[in-house]
Design a protein around this ligand. Structure first.
Ligand SMILES: [Zn+2]
Length: 233
């Protein structure tokens, strides 16, 4: 079946469509209250690529074609649940959080973010479904813009990797490498984009911004005279 492809051009568009549907109420019943006014800009953030914004838009609107959704639309659905763990009903919550494989992924992701953001384990507690769907609503209030950019990129890439791997029987070994390779590509692309205008002073300012986002003391991204080096561990 075809799933409507949204145009996520602003937080306002998202707010209008989400508030007109029932998805917002269903999420709030599961995940509690949310300050939607400050949340919407995180979905249409320029730190997400258009494709990542669309994936997040569909996730929030509960319009991703998981088996539970397809059945409500009267579509024929093969008699299978989660191919990774065998759970019989494939829901959005299962795919993005509850599947044991994805639980392992989020645990590793958390340790990774603690390194990137130079936080303590106490400052970044174990993730909940609310954190992953509502984009860390409590944590976001404490971050500076550079940290928020890193978290937004990593969250976008994580959702994309989880969705890409959902039908793979080898997702237990492929999900983390899939996340890392996409993240590496995203960081390199960001670096390339700031180096291509040829204006040395503008480049220097942009490179400083890049470094303040990705290259802190214990960072996994190193800035060298020849470019950047991405370390995966
Ligand atoms: Zn599963």
């Amino acid at each position: 079946m075809s799933v409507p492809t949204p145009s996520v051009t602003s937080g306002d568009n998202l707010r209008t469509t989400l508030e007109e549907g029932c998805a917002k109420n269903r999420w709030m019943q599961k995940l509690g209250e949310l300050d939607w006014q400050s949340f919407f800009p995180h979905v249409a953030s320029p730190s997400r690529t258009p494709i990542e914004q669309q994936l997040y838009w569909k996730l929030l609107h509960r319009r991703l074609p998981v088996n539970a959704y397809l059945k409500t639309k009267g579509n024929f659905v093969p008699n299978r649940g989660c191919v990774v763990c065998g759970e019989q009903v494939e829901t959005i919550e299962h795919v993005f959080f509850e599947c044991p494989n994805v639980q392992t992924f989020w645990k590793t992701f958390r340790i990774y973010m603690i390194k990137f953001l130079q936080m303590t384990e106490a400052e970044l507690p174990e993730f909940t479904l609310r954190d992953t769907i509502f984009f860390f609503p409590e944590l976001c209030k404490t971050l500076v813009p550079e940290e928020l950019h890193v978290l937004t990129v990593c969250h976008s890439v994580a959702l994309w990797a989880i969705w890409s791997m959902r039908s793979s029987a080898n997702a237990d070994v492929l999900l983390w490498p899939c996340f890392l390779s996409r993240l590496e590509a995203r960081v390199f692309l960001e670096y390339e984009n700031i180096c291509k205008n040829g204006n040395i002073s503008a480049d220097k300012e942009s490179i400083n911004t890049f470094a303040s986002r990705w290259c802190n003391d214990k960072s996994l991204v190193k800035l060298t005279t020849d470019g950047i080096i991405f370390s995966s561990s």
